[in-house]
Ligand binder design. Structure first.
Ligand code: SF4
Length: 339
């Protein structure tokens, strides 16, 4: 049995000031990434279906106490948004909502998945944690992946920042990946929100959560994400104290520990940071993203979940990858009927 990855071991890497060792870690990360994934980066685009949310997470632009205009896409609006994304060539879509089973019940999500099949090969969801049966309903409708971040594994910090709604239920969220795997989904993404909880402890808990899942459900394709806290309309709802050097170390350490696991990177990060990490350890990136509901057809749509730092168009990011000898992968998966 592999030993647990302890916070002490993680801290030893994160706080090591030796630039030679950092360079060695980065070179290892690059070598492992090239060895397991080649010079290729998967592409996906997020689509916000709704910003209704009954939870109050102190760091999020959609939380239930914020006075923002609440909207959810109609089927016709979904179709228009999907069409706009599909025009960029991207074949993987991530469908997101706030956490409101009342405003966006499973039936609404099922309709969105069914519509997405018209345009996309890979359909993932980032929505409220649900029961195994509900996940199965969405799997049978055509979804193949789910993203569910624990945000922080520190229970007391978790309670401090999740003040209301279903998201207060730590255990139900923690158990979601198991239910997703049992429902038949092919891909599961886990993550923590960097800057929210105690860093080394959160990384240790995330790594060990993943190891437990890999052991129990070895057939699933896992990936990890490390979003950093961002501003919302230029205002910080919560501080971000994970600097760039630490962030790079975290991703390289993750690659060293999990050579086969995908690492995702969103447009929360700047073009400079994304360009650097796409050649080092990241294997999948979001491109051309909007974090507003309806943002692909109405660029004036007002209230984002968070501010984007890389606002390059999908075409510009694809051109960057090609110019640097990296293959943009629009899809590595041809849809089959889920049964
Ligand atoms: S993080 Fe999710 S659950 Fe929390 S307020 Fe934002 S949309 Fe709602």
């Amino acid at each position: 049995m592999r030993p647990n990855i302890t916070p002490e071991a993680i801290n030893a890497v994160l706080h090591d000031p030796d630039p030679v060792k950092l360079e060695a870690l980065a070179q290892d990360a690059r070598r492992l990434t090239l060895g397991h994934f080649g010079k290729a980066i998967g592409l996906y685009t997020p689509l916000y279906l709704s910003n209704y949310c009954t939870s109050h997470c102190t760091y999020c632009g959609f939380h239930n106490r914020r006075k923002i205009t609440r909207v959810k896409l109609t089927p016709a609006q979904m179709d228009a948004e999907m069409r706009a994304i599909a025009r960029t060539g991207v074949q993987n879509i991530l469908l997101l909502t706030g956490e409101s089973p009342q405003a966006t019940p499973v039936g609404y999500l099922k309709d969105a998945v069914t519509l997405a099949k018209k345009y996309f090969q890979g359909i993932s969801l980032e929505v409220f944690p649900m029961t195994e049966n509900d996940y199965r309903t969405l799997y049978l409708a055509g979804a193949d992946g789910v993203t569910v971040y624990q945000e922080t594994y520190d229970r007391s910090r978790y309670s401090e920042v999740h003040l209301a709604g279903q998201k207060r239920d730590y255990a139900f969220r923690y158990g979601a990946p198991e239910r997703i795997a049992k429902a038949g989904m092919r891909q599961i993404s886990l993550g923590i929100l960097l800057g929210l909880g105690p860093l080394a402890q959160d990384l240790s808990a995330l790594y060990n959560h993943l190891r437990g899942l890999e052991k129990k459900f070895p057939g699933v394709e896992y990936s990890l994400s490390f979003p950093r806290l961002r501003t919302i309309k230029a205002k910080a709802l919560a501080p971000n104290d994970v600097d760039d050097a630490t962030f790079v170390k975290i991703l390289c350490l993750t690659r060293a520990l999990f050579p086969h696991t995908g690492i995702n990177l969103s447009t929360r990060e700047t073009p400079t940071m994304r360009n650097r990490l796409m050649g080092l350890c990241v294997t999948k990136v979001s491109i051309g993203s909007r974090t507003t509901v309806g943002g692909y057809n109405d660029t004036t749509a007002a209230d984002p979940q968070f501010d984007i730092a890389d606002d390059r168009s999908a075409a510009d990011t694809i051109a960057y990858l090609k110019a640097h000898g990296i293959d943009p992968v629009f899809t590595d998966w041809r849809r089959i009927e889920n049964t």
